[in-house]
Design a protein around this ligand. Structure first.
Ligand code: NAI
Length: 390
């Protein structure tokens, strides 16, 4: 249980690129990183608009001298200081992730980056290799994966309680962009422009979340080939899709589907993960993250609740308040951030082996997300055909 006792020896001096005033996800990063004081926000290049970024940093209480006009100035100055940042979170539009991450790693700074990590697998692998060579970490904020019941689902699968895994049914399909909201919403506008979003919209923006969660729950499943069809129901979004359906064949015979959409009118989030085995199934829905359905064929369905003693001990480690009280997205993110802090500490101590069993979305998860999007786009652009997974 997390009750505020320190689990790292030190506090990570931390900076942010992006996540400035009015941004969608900046506040969630700060809430998560600062929750248990494993990170201390001391520097930032928060905004594309340097003046607004400086003002925002000052509002947050930062030393104005450490509120930089751009990330390059920040990395140069901070890496020259004895008390410079050890880690940076990158919460900017997708097109900048690669260059900012690379610059941070080259300056010897650990990276926590938004998804999708890069536009191409080659770029993501380059970052992974660079981090390894420098003894640095890359964390990727698949922010839903810190929910406790995902650990329970993984434990149930690992225990064999589901039997042989047959079907992986994934979905992240919301309805908020059923109209061209991008005309009035800057955060939606860049998402449907390939120059900023990359080769996809919903495949990279949404689908990579349940995909990563499925990798956590079923780590042994490897995709053999896939077929993706994508549509732009709001025509001005083409060539980027606002809806896509992907079929996946795994090695060993399991089959998967992933429906992702921003035009699922009426749906709030619609992120669901259902794993079907030969004996039983589990299902998790991010709108009710404290519960996991466990359905054994021939028996009444069970609703397992977060924080309860009948869960696997490792599903209770991140409990912050006891069963019955709802925990949510902020806690899920904070659970990822404390793991990033543990990983940073172990790497800085030159002992990465200390955290070999620590589960957090790292460089590999970032690479795999980009690889999956790349394969989906290749299949879709060939007309929705089966392609071998590369
Ligand atoms: P946004 O458009 O709301 O905010 C972007 C922020 O970055 C703004 O403050 C902007 O001024 C700043 N910025 C842009 N370029 C910059 C640069 N070169 N240097 C410094 N600051 C810069 O975007 P939003 O929605 O917050 O998304 C940011 C990233 O976070 C995207 O990659 C997106 O995919 C990801 N995201 C992830 C979520 C998750 O659940 N993990 C949820 C929402 C977004």
């Amino acid at each position: 249980m997390i009750n505020g006792e320190r689990i790292t020896k030190s506090t990570v001096r931390w900076g942010m690129v992006g996540g400035g005033k009015g941004s969608q996800i900046g506040y969630v990063h700060r809430s998560a990183a600062l929750r248990d004081r494993y990170f201390d926000l001391v520097a930032g290049a928060f905004d594309l608009n340097a003046e607004r970024g400086r003002d925002f940093g000052a509002e947050l209480g930062l030393d104005p001298a450490r509120c930089y006009a751009d990330y390059r100035a920040m990395f140069t100055s901070e890496s020259a200081r004895e008390d410079g940042i050890r880690a940076v979170s990158i919460a900017t539009p997708n097109n900048t992730h690669y260059e900012i991450s690379r610059a941070a790693l080259e300056a010897g700074i650990h990276v926590i980056c938004e998804k999708p990590l890069t536009f191409t697998t080659a770029e993501a692998e380059e970052l992974q290799a660079l981090a390894e060579a420098r003894g640095l970490i890359i964390g990727v904020t698949y922010g839903y994966s810190g929910h406790q019941m995902i650990e329970e689902a993984a434990r149930l699968v690992a225990s064999g309680a589901l039997g042989e895994i047959r079907l992986v049914n994934l979905q992240f399909a919301h309805g908020f962009h059923n109209e061209p909201v991008e005309l009035a919403n800057p955060a939606a506008k860049w998402r449907v422009d390939p120059r900023f979003a990359g080769p996809s919209y919903v495949l990279g923006d949404l689908a990579t979340h349940p995909l990563y969660i499925s990798e956590v729950i079923c780590p042994d499943l490897k995709i053999r080939r896939l077929l993706c069809a994508r549509q732009s129901f709001v025509a001005s979004r083409a060539p980027l899709e606002d809806n896509a359906i992907t079929l996946m064949e795994y090695e060993g015979g399991a089959f998967g589907t992933l429906w992702t959409s921003a035009v699922n009118a009426g749906s709030m989030h619609g992120q669901k993960i259902r794993i079907v085995g030969s004996k039983a199934s589990v299902e998790w829905w991010d709108e009710h993250p404290n519960q996991l359905r466990f359905e054994v064929q021939g028996e009444p369905a069970r609703i397992l609740d977060r924080g309860m003693g009948y869960l696997h001990p490792s599903s209770l480690i991140d409990d912050r308040i006891g069963a019955g009280h709802p925990e949510g997205l902020f806690e899920s993110w904070a659970n990822l951030y404390y793991r990033f802090a543990l990983a940073i500490e172990a790497h800085d101590a030159g002992k990465p082996e200390q955290i070999k069993d620590l589960r957090y979305p790292g460089a590999k998860a970032g690479v795999e997300g980009v690889r999956w999007v790349e394969n989906c786009v290749r299949s879709a652009d060939l007309g929705g055909v089966w392609v071998d997974y590369q």
